[in-house]
Design a protein around this ligand. Structure first.
Ligand code: SF4
Length: 363
């Protein structure tokens, strides 16, 4: 959608008409600065359309970090990452020689807020219980948590990576709903998480032990110990969102993100990552009506890419993704403010890079 015309954004109600001249001016200035500074501008699928429209590439967090890593110094001298902080950290982690800037310091993530000390405690619990386990962390984490893990994963490759780690048990951090998807696809028992901030080893053991025994009886290959995290955007979606679509238009294809609750995953036609959703719509010209349950930014992008199709909107907005606007992108690119430069202490970065590279190797 990189070259979407401004009049389409105005007609679609994405940019108010009165603001169109300023958007055009900012696009020109951003393009000029990108050329002059050899800057690379990746944008996540959930960014507002006027930011996606001026980006060099639009995709999911992992694709964007790998694209930035693979650019030679002659192609990009700096990166302005239009996404949230853990994504900019991931970009820096894979290519620390290149400055990475984040346009809004309010662009955080409810899912990524995990205390590394709590993860270390859970690992110690599993070791003490004699479990043969690997720790997998979703890319939606900060570098200190990534550094504690055996491999990172994305929503599209999580099951494939879990299958290749060579141990029966997986501690899956931080998304409990994606953990369910991994358990289902890899024939492991899904072990629900404790309540947030209420991990008590004995109570937790009492809760999971009957489930582990039941899974063994069924011949499952191991267990997925789910962490107690969830994305506030996807976790608030409900079965009623899907039921309403099924009632109103039984022919519509319902696609959900792996971060929605398990009961929604079971009720959907497909469970996909954001990039897989875009590819799915491209690959199915015969399907004309969709309900896509994820952040609305992706749905807006699909509407602009496929004006011939109809998209129902049970989607939700992420306030962190919407913290970045065109003005903040422009000012960051122009001024390169030191406080917006994202770095990670080298020992932490090296550990996080190891886990990210393991994912690339296994995926
Ligand atoms: S949509 Fe969810 S996972 Fe993505 S940045 Fe927002 S809070 Fe985090």
């Amino acid at each position: 959608m990189s070259f979407v015309a401004l009049d389409r954004l105005v007609r679609g109600g994405h940019v108010p008409e009165a603001e169109a001249p300023r958007v055009a001016e900012l696009w020109d200035e951003i393009r000029r600065l990108k050329r002059d500074k050899r800057a690379f501008l990746p944008a996540h699928n959930y960014q507002v359309p006027e930011v996606q429209a001026v980006a060099d590439v639009v995709g999911d967090s992992f694709e964007l970090a790998v694209r930035a890593r693979d650019l030679g110094p002659e192609q990009a001298a700096l990166v302005v990452f239009c996404g949230v902080r853990f994504m900019a950290e991931g970009c820096y982690t894979l290519a620390p020689e290149r400055p990475v800037y984040l346009p809004s310091l309010e662009a955080l993530c409810s899912l990524a807020e995990v205390d590394a000390a709590d993860v270390a405690e859970r690992q110690e619990f599993l070791r003490a219980a004699g479990r043969r386990f690997a720790t997998m962390t979703y890319v939606n984490t900060y570098a200190d948590v990534k550094a504690l893990s055996d491999s990172c994963c994305t929503s599209s490759n999580a099951a494939r990576i879990a299958d290749q780690l060579g141990v029966p048990d997986i501690l899956f951090v931080p998304d409990q709903n994606l953990a369910y998807q991994v358990a289902l696809k890899t024939r492991r028992t899904y072990l629900p998480p404790p309540e947030p901030h209420k991990f008590h080893p004995r109570e937790y053991a009492e809760m999971i032990e009957p489930l582990i025994r039941e899974g063994e009886k069924q011949g499952l290959v191991g267990n997925v110990f789910a962490w107690e995290g969830a994305c506030h955007v996807h976790h608030q979606m409900s079965l009623e969102d899907i039921a309403r679509i099924r009632r109103d238009d039984p022919g519509a294809t319902v696609i959900v993100h792996g971060e929605v609750r398990p009961e929604l995953q079971r009720a959907a036609d497909a469970v996909l990552s954001t990039s897989q959703m875009a590819k799915y719509v491209d690959a199915h010209p015969e399907q004309t009506r969709y309900a896509i349950l994820t952040e609305c930014g992706l749905v807006v992008r699909l509407e602009l890419d496929h004006p011939e199709k109809q998209f129902y909107k049970p989607c939700r907005l992420c306030r962190y993704m919407k913290a970045t606007d065109l003005e903040s992108v422009y000012r960051t690119l122009r001024d390169e403010p030191p406080e917006k430069r994202i770095t990670v202490p080298e020992d932490v970065r090296a550990g996080a890079a190891r886990a990210m590279l393991k994912m690339i190797e296994l995926a």
